[in-house]
Design a protein around this ligand. Structure first.
Ligand SMILES: C[S@@+](CC[C@H](N)C(=O)[O-])C[C@H]1O[C@@H](n2cnc3c(N)ncnc32)[C@H](O)[C@@H]1O
Ligand SMILES: [Zn+2]
Length: 275
C-alpha cells in the first residue's frame, strides 16, 4: 500500500469527509480528524464503545495452515473466476481473514487494487503483507463503513458478516457483491462428533431475503465435497472457525488419529447492486 492509495478508499468515521495523507503515516479529513496508519500497511478506523472481537492469532494460524494445504482451492478458484468476469479495478474483501481469497482474486487481475477489511488487526496485517496492491482497513462491518460512496466495483464476503445497506452505498452502480455461505450439511460429521457448531437451515434463502432491498440475485452455485482429513487437519479446520470459541482442548485431544470424512458444502452467490 501507499498512504495515497489507502486514503483513496476511505472517509472519516466521525464526519464522513474524505481522508487524505496528512503527514508521515497520518490520514486526515478536512475537519482535522487524524488517524495513524500502521507502517505495515493498514489503518484502524474501528472506533466506538462496543466490545469488538475479531479472529485471534491462533484462529488465523489454524486458517492459514488449513487453507495453504489447498483444501478450499476449488472455492477460491470459483470466486476468482466470478470476479474476473467483472474485470474490476477496485475490490473490497469484507471479513478478509488471512487474505487467502483476496490473493486468489488478485492473481487473475492485471490492474486491480484491493482493500482487505476485518475487525481483527492481526488478520488485516496478514492480508496486506507482501503485496503492494492490497491496502488494509481494521473496521467493524456493523458500523457505518469508513469507505467512500461508490468506490468499489466488487465486494467479497466469504464466511463473514454482512451489512447490506453499507455494501450498497460503497459499491458503484451496477457493482457485484460475491457472498459465500455454508450449507446445512457443511462439516456435518464434525458436528455429529461435537466438534463444530450447527449451520442454520436455509441460510442462503435468508441471505437472499436479507439482501433483497439492495441487491438482485444474479447467480448461485452450490458445491459439496467429501474431504478425507487426518487429525491435525481436523484440528485446524475446527480451530479456524466459529467453533474454535466453543470447542475445548480436551474434546479436540480425543480426536481419533485415523482419517475422517468431512463434508464441505458451500454456496457461492453473486448479487448485482440495485439502482
Ligand atoms: C470465518 S472468518 C472468514 C475469513 C475469510 N473470509 C476466509 O474465509 O478465510 C470471519 C472473519 O470475519 C471477521 N469479523 C468478525 N466480525 C466482524 C465484524 N464485526 N466486522 C468485520 N469483520 C469481522 C473475523 O475477524 C474473521 O476474520
Ligand atoms: Zn472528520
Amino acid at each position: 500500500m501507499s498512504l495515497q492509495t489507502l486514503s483513496e478508499w476511505l472517509r472519516c468515521p466521525i464526519c464522513f469527509g474524505p481522508l487524505a495523507p496528512g503527514g508521515a503515516l497520518v490520514l486526515r479529513c478536512a475537519t482535522g480528524h487524524a488517524y495513524d496508519a500502521n507502517k505495515r500497511g493498514y489503518v484502524s478506523l474501528a472506533g466506538g464503545s462496543r466490545r469488538l472481537i475479531g479472529d485471534s492469532a491462533a484462529m488465523l494460524d489454524a486458517r492459514d495452515a488449513f487453507l495453504s494445504a489447498g483444501w478450499y482451492e476449488p472455492l477460491r478458484d470459483s470466486i476468482a473466476a466470478l470476479v474476473a468476469q467483472e474485470d474490476p479495478l477496485a475490490v473490497l474483501d469484507v471479513g478478509c481473514g488471512t487474505g487467502y481469497y483476496l490473493r486468489g482474486v488478485l492473481a487473475t487481475l492485471d490492474s486491480a487494487r484491493t482493500l482487505g477489511m476485518d475487525l481483527s488487526p492481526v488478520a488485516v496485517a496478514r492480508t496486506v503483507a507482501g503485496d503492494i496492491r492490497i491496502d488494509g482497513l481494521v473496521a467493524d462491518v456493523w458500523a457505518p463503513l469508513p469507505v467512500r460512496d461508490g468506490v468499489v466495483d466488487v465486494i467479497l464476503n466469504v464466511f463473514a458478516p454482512r451489512n447490506p445497506a453499507e455494501f450498497h452505498r460503497v459499491l458503484r452502480p451496477g457493482g457485484l457483491l460475491v457472498v459465500v455461505v455454508p450449507q446445512e450439511t457443511h462439516l456435518q460429521e464434525l458436528r455429529a462428533a461435537g466438534l463444530a457448531l450447527g449451520v442454520q437451515a436455509n441460510k442462503s434463502d435468508e441471505l437472499v431475503a436479507s439482501l433483497d432491498a439492495n441487491f438482485v440475485l444474479e447467480s448461485r452455485r452450490i458445491s459439496s465435497e467429501l474431504l478425507t482429513l487426518d487429525a491435525s487437519q481436523v484440528t485446524r479446520l475446527v480451530g479456524m472457525g466459529p467453533s474454535a470459541h466453543h470447542t475445548d482442548a480436551a474434546t479436540l485431544a480425543q480426536e481419533p488419529h485415523a482419517d475422517r470424512p468431512v463434508t464441505v458444502a458451500v454456496e457461492l452467490l453473486g448479487f448485482r447492486r440495485r439502482g
